[in-house]
Design a protein around this ligand. Structure first.
Ligand code: 0O2
Length: 221
């Protein structure tokens, strides 16, 4: 009887996790299409790279404990909206908003939540644009809606967040004050770099457009 129960739980868990994998596959396909379109049709691709991941069942349970969520399928689904996540890394801040608008414009995607930690950074300096999307997944016998968290950030924001994440876990959340201060300072430096790069990009892009329009004119009779 116990074995039967165990098999049932395992099957339910597999079914639960699979629907997130399928949702992630759908969004990844959409993003790959965008990337290819940008590469071939436009001469500039705003997506530097992307990475997707599914939270492990252990990590989902830890987050449930941390947030006091009861362990039922419905409450986990409702409370933990980053079981499936995609991180999109862009070169420039303006690209972040460009990508976000394109995603939000797709008809089968519902935007449930948007957290703009770029306009309103966290006190430690964390910056990123978070979108919680709901996407339909079509299965053999039913249709399900799953949540996907998208984090969109620049290379500099990503560099900062990766190190901060490592330090946070190393100290189990109790990061010494001097490191917190150093991290906040580095977040400011990363932000300055983003602003400088954006400035250069706009300068160069403006020049390029001018040159292009000049050469376009050469083809006119
Ligand atoms: P992991 O290990 O990266 O998956 P909420 O549901 O709004 O109450 P939640 O889910 O924490 O709270 O939402 P939020 O603030 O949007 O954060 C979600 C994810 O963003 C985190 O997932 C991190 O990946 C990232 N994040 C948020 N704040 C920080 C930060 O200060 N530093 C870094 N490095 N990353 C951050 P997890 O599950 O916390 O962690």
């Amino acid at each position: 009887k116990q074995l039967h129960q165990l098999k049932k739980v395992r099957k339910e868990l597999t079914r639960f996790m699979l629907s997130y994998k399928f949702g992630l596959d759908e969004i990844n396909t959409k993003l790959n299409i965008l990337q290819e379109e940008f590469e071939h049709i436009h001469d500039y691709n705003p997506i530097e790279h992307l990475k997707s991941r599914i939270k492990s069942p252990e990590s989902i349970l830890r987050k449930c404990q941390r947030k006091n969520v009861s362990i039922t399928e419905a409450s986990i689904k409702h409370a933990i909206k980053d079981i499936a996540g995609i991180r999109i890394v862009c070169s420039f801040i303006t690209d972040i908003y460009k990508i976000s608008e394109i995603i939000q414009g797709q008809q089968d995607i519902k935007v449930m939540e948007m957290k703009d930690y770029i306009k309103n950074p966290k006190s430690n300096g964390y910056k990123s644009l978070h979108l919680i999307l709901a996407i339909p997944v079509f299965l053999s016998d039913r249709q399900e809606e799953v949540y996907i968290e998208i984090q969109i950030r620049t290379v500099a924001m990503d560099f900062w967040a990766s190190l901060e994440h490592k330090i946070y876990y190393k100290y189990d959340g109790e990061v010494p004050a001097h490191l917190v201060e150093e991290l906040t300072n580095s977040a400011n430096i990363a932000n300055q770099l983003d602003e400088k790069m954006e400035f250069l990009h706009t300068e160069v892009n403006g020049e390029k457009t001018d040159k292009q329009s000049d050469s376009d004119l050469d083809f006119l009779p």
